[in-house]
Design a protein around this ligand. Structure first.
Ligand code: SF4
Length: 379
C-alpha cells in the first residue's frame, strides 16, 4: 500500500516502535508550526481526513448534513482507533468546524493533549506578534511536557533548518511542475506531498530528491493541454481521482492550494536571534495569501488570482472547493469576480473528499480545456 493511502499511519507507527519513548503529535489543516513539534522531539503527523477510502459510520452522527466532510472522517479515524498513536493533536483556527472539533476532542479523548491554535489575524508586532509568540511559547511548554524533552533554542533552530529544507524542496517541486507539468504530473506531486505529511521530514527529502532526479531523467512528452490553477482546496482534500480526472481531461495543473500548510510560510525562516520570534515574524509577514488569514483589502483579493495566473503562466482557473467549506466559498465570489474582470477563463465546482463519480468533473474540465484552446489567448 502506498504511504499516502495508508489510513492506519503505518509509517508513523513503525517510527514509534523503532524509537521507544518517543511520541507523535498530529495537526489538522491548514497551518501548525511544525518546527515547534519537531523541536519538542515529537513526530509531526498531518491529519487530513479519510478521503474516499473510509466508510463513515460513526462520524456522521457528530455533524449536521450541512457541514463539510473532513471532520466526519477525522472522527471516524479516531473512533476506529486509527489515531490512537497520537499523544497530542493541534487544531489550527482554520474555521469554526475545526475549532469545534478541538472541543469535542477534549471531551472524547481526555488522555490526548489537545491545543487550539488561534492564528493571529492582525499583523502588528505589538498585537498579533506578541500574541502568537506567547501562543508558541505555551505550545513549546505543553509539547515539551508531552515528550519529556522541553525544547531549547538550539532545538528550535535545528527544527527551523529542517523545515526550511522541506519548504525549499516543496518550492522546487512546484517550480519544476510549473515549468514542465508533463514531467511532474500533479497526480504524482500530490501523492508525494501527501506522504510527506506522515513520514519523518528526512525521509520525505530523500524521496523527493529521488523523484526530481527521475523526472529529470525521464521527463515524458509534452502534450497540448491547457494550463490551469486549481484554487480553493486548501483544507479538505479532493480525492486523487478528481486530480487525475482534471489532468486527463486536458489540463496541466500548474498551481494549486492542496496541502497548503507545507508552504504556508513562503521563504526560509532565519535562524539567527530568537527563533520563536523569527517564527512569529514569518507568520506575520511571509505567509501565502489564502482564506485562512484575514486580508483587509478586498481589492487585494480581487487582484490575487490575476497575480497567481501571471506567476504560473496559467490559462485559466478551476475554483474547486469542498462542499460547505465556508472560508473557501466566502472568498470565491471576490476571487472569481477579480479574475473575470481581467478576462481570465474560470469554472467552479464543489467536491467532497469521498466523491466517487467523476464524470461531471471530466466533462466540465474537458470542455473548459477545449474552450481555452479554441478561444483563449494562449501560445
Ligand atoms: S473544509 Fe472548510 S469548512 Fe471544512 S474544516 Fe476545512 S476549512 Fe473548515
Amino acid at each position: 500500500m502506498r504511504v499516502c493511502d495508508d489510513l492506519d499511519f503505518g509509517i508513523a507507527r513503525e517510527w514509534l516502535a523503532e524509537n521507544p519513548g518517543r511520541k507523535a503529535c498530529g495537526y489538522l489543516p491548514v497551518y501548525a508550526p511544525k518546527e515547534v513539534i519537531l523541536a519538542s522531539g515529537l513526530l509531526p503527523v498531518g491529519i487530513h481526513g479519510g478521503g474516499d477510502r473510509l466508510e463513515i459510520i460513526r462520524g456522521d452522527a457528530f455533524y449536521q448534513s450541512y457541514i463539510c466532510h473532513l471532520p466526519r472522517s477525522v472522527i471516524e479515524l479516531a473512533q476506529t482507533g486509527r489515531l490512537d498513536f497520537l499523544s497530542a493533536l493541534l487544531f489550527p483556527s482554520t474555521c469554526d468546524v475545526i475549532r469545534n472539533l478541538s472541543g469535542m476532542w477534549k471531551v472524547m479523548y481526555p488522555d490526548v493533549v489537545v491545543r487550539y491554535l488561534d492564528l493571529p489575524q492582525v499583523t502588528g508586532t505589538e498585537t498579533g506578534g506578541l500574541f502568537w509568540e506567547g501562543e508558541m511559547r505555551g505550545l513549546l511548554r505543553d509539547l515539551g511536557a508531552v515528550s519529556g524533552r522541553p525544547a531549547g533554542e538550539d532545538d528550535i533552530r535545528q527544527a527551523i533548518r529542517l523545515c526550511n529544507s522541506l519548504r525549499s524542496m516543496v518550492r522546487e517541486l512546484y517550480r519544476v511542475r510549473r515549468e514542465r507539468p508533463w514531467a511532474v504530473p500533479t497526480e504524482e506531486l500530490y501523492s508525494l506531498l501527501r506522504a510527506a505529511e506522515v513520514v519523518p521530514v528526512e525521509t520525505f527529502l530523500d524521496k523527493a530528491r529521488a523523484y526530481l532526479a527521475a523526472a529529470e531523467e525521464q521527463p515524458g512528452a509534452r502534450k497540448d493541454k491547457s494550463r490551469v490553477i486549481v484554487a480553493g482546496a486548501f483544507c479538505e482534500q479532493p480525492p486523487l481521482g478528481l486530480i487525475k480526472t482534471i489532468e486527463r481531461a486536458g489540463c496541466y495543473i500548474v498551481d494549486d492550494d492542496f496541502l497548503l500548510g507545507n508552504r504556508f510560510l513562503m521563504s526560509d525562516v532565519p535562524t539567527d536571534g530568537d527563533p520563536v520570534r523569527q517564527l512569529t515574524n514569518a507568520l506575520l509577514h511571509d505567509t501565502v495569501r489564502s482564506p485562512v488569514l484575514f486580508e483587509a483589502s478586498q481589492d487585494g483579493k480581487r487582484r490575487l488570482m490575476k497575480e497567481r495566473v501571471e506567476a504560473a503562466r496559467a490559462d485559466g482557473i478551476i475554483f474547486a472547493a469542498a462542499s460547505f467549506c465556508d472560508p473557501a466559498l466566502l472568498d470565491r465570489p471576490m476571487l472569481r469576480a477579480g479574475a473575470e474582470a481581467d478576462a481570465i477563463p474560470c469554472i467552479a465546482f464543489q467536491f467532497s473528499e469521498n466523491t466517487g463519480q467523476f464524470q461531471q468533473f471530466r466533462e466540465q474540465a474537458g470542455t473548459f480545456a477545449d474552450s481555452i484552446k479554441l478561444w483563449g489567448d494562449n501560445e
